[in-house]
Design a protein around this ligand. Structure first.
Ligand code: BES
Ligand code: MN
Ligand code: MN
Length: 462
């Protein structure tokens, strides 16, 4: 019944997503604030059309939240769907093969049925919109078995500051038994998985100041500590020869996994050759004693995201810059605390500043890591739904990415999140030529429709 509805409406489901992808809802750039709102309005309209009777656009000091609910019986369980309709900036735009907000469908080796190329196709408009369509199917076929609430924000890519406020102030309204999110990935289209962990994040900007003005590098060079040289040296010292992070106390709270758990993780299929080829690197890199999979999931990291200062224009200008800058992210794992890590980093970074320069550290947004247990009604419902849709039981996998609001959901609403995402690592989220497979979109919709009855069943049993 619901599968037939999906088959009959595929083209429209795709057309509607394409329409949403055409709106450049870039949350980071205030020049696009009108477009962000336009996306919220289109989404709210679609949520209503999907048979959700109460839909609101909730204004915040930043971008709006689209909130909807359908309560069929207060005694039945409630699923809260979370997603985001904002997208990352498309830069660098000239590296896109087609304009980022003019979606096109193309076949690729990994997506022989075709994929939609557009900013937000996978992260997260495509994945979020699968939920709207799954709810349309359940409503239209009279098979929604429980209550549902939707909370779709426009600020995930900039730290979810106003959603945190919304959560804290609308706790009772947001009451639920489980939170369902599609904003992560699977291992491969023939290897389904359910995400059971997210890394936390501490993000800082550092500023190194030397002389009070830019100097002639001939007249002063040799006698003045160059802030860019110093910054490079300081950053290089943040890892030792074993690939470990040298910030004092950095590993103190890191969860140590048992050998059994690591052996279990190692069962997930992985090809080192394919990994290297897919991103064009001759060799992998990282912390001694850990596999690639472990390095990107259960181990913390420290990476420079950008570094600048001095002259970067055309040609050559001989100058010793007054200032040098870098943006640094640290991905965190249980039980590291982002605030504590930010403090440790700040103290350490200041302590290693060479004589002749001063250092300023400014924290940006952060977030706690998250781990989901697999012995819950929500996980079992997701696992069975995936097994039915893919014909294979999914593997639980911890991801390296971060969705900071997820740990806050647990803290504020007392509910666990099920991270049932459908993207592939190769879908190029945040990069040029982001895309999302049509197979993933439609199989995702099917999986989500299957989740609901499963959840009601397991919730009753549990
Ligand atoms: N959806 C991603 C996170 C993600 C992607 C988790 C794939 C697991 C697998 C999310 O939109 C994102 O980009 N998060 C940011 C953090 C945020 C504070 C900007 C990230 O991970 O860098
Ligand atoms: Mn996302
Ligand atoms: Mn993202």
């Amino acid at each position: 019944m619901s599968k037939a509805y999906l088959e009959q409406n595929k083209q429209r489901f795709l057309d509607e997503l394409i329409e949403l992808l055409k709106i450049p809802s870039i949350s980071a750039d205030s020049a696009y604030a009108k477009d962000v709102r336009k996306a919220a309005e289109m989404l709210a309209k679609r949520v209503g059309e999907a048979g959700i009777p109460t839909v609101e656009i909730v204004d915040t000091p930043g971008h709006p939240i689209v909130y909807g609910e359908k309560i069929i019986d207060p005694d039945l369980p409630t699923v809260l769907v979370y997603g985001h309709y904002d997208v990352q900036p498309p830069d660098p735009v000239d590296l896109w093969d087609s304009p980022p907000f003019e979606p096109v469908i193309k076949k690729t080796d990994i997506h022989p049925d075709g994929a939609i190329f557009a900013r937000g196709a996978c992260d997260d408009k495509g994945q979020m919109y699968m939920h709207v369509k799954a709810l349309e199917i359940l409503n239209q076929t009279n098979s929604l078995p429980c209550n549902v609430k939707l909370m779709i924000e426009g600020e995930e890519e900039v730290g979810s500051v106003n959603l945190a406020w919304f959560l804290k102030n609308h706790k009772s309204r947001l009451g639920c038994d489980v939170i369902l999110i599609s904003d992560t990935g699977i291992i491969a289209n023939d290897t389904p998985s359910v995400c059971v962990g997210l890394r936390g994040l501490s993000y800082v900007e550092v500023e190194v100041t030397g002389p009070n003005r830019d100097l002639h590098s001939g007249l002063y060079g040799g006698a003045v500590a160059n802030p860019l040289n110093m910054l490079a040296k300081m950053i290089a010292s943040l890892h030792n020869e074993k690939g470990q992070i040298t910030v004092k106390g950095f590993y103190d709270d890191v969860e140590v996994l048992s050998d059994d758990m690591r052996a279990e993780m190692a069962k997930a299929p992985f090809s080192l050759e394919r990994y290297k080829n897919s991103i064009g690197i001759p060799a992998v890199f990282g912390e001694e004693g850990f596999s690639v999979n472990e390095r990107t999931s259960i181990r913390p990291t420290l990476d420079v995201n950008g570094m600048w200062g001095g002259y970067i224009g055309e040609g050559a200008k001989t100058v010793i810059p007054s200032k040098a800058y870098a943006k640094i992210s640290m991905r965190l794992v249980p039980f590291q605390d982002p605030e504590k890590i930010t403090q440790l980093f700040t103290d350490h970074f200041k302590s290693i500043a060479p004589e002749g320069v001063t250092v300023k550290v400014t924290p940006h947004h952060g977030g706690m890591p998250y781990v989901a247990p697999t012995d819950t009604p929500g996980y079992q419902a997701a696992s069975d739904a995936m097994e039915a849709a893919y014909g294979k039981k999914p593997i639980p996998v911890r991801s390296g990415g971060s969705i900071p609001i997820v740990s806050l959901f647990e803290h504020e609403l007392g509910a666990k999140s099920i991270l049932m995402g459908f993207g592939l690592d190769s879908d190029a989220i945040h990069s040029p030529n982001e895309h999302y497979g049509l197979f993933n979109y439609f199989t995702g919709i099917e999986t989500i429709t299957r989740f609901y009855p499963n959840f009601v069943k397991y919730n009753r049993e549990g």
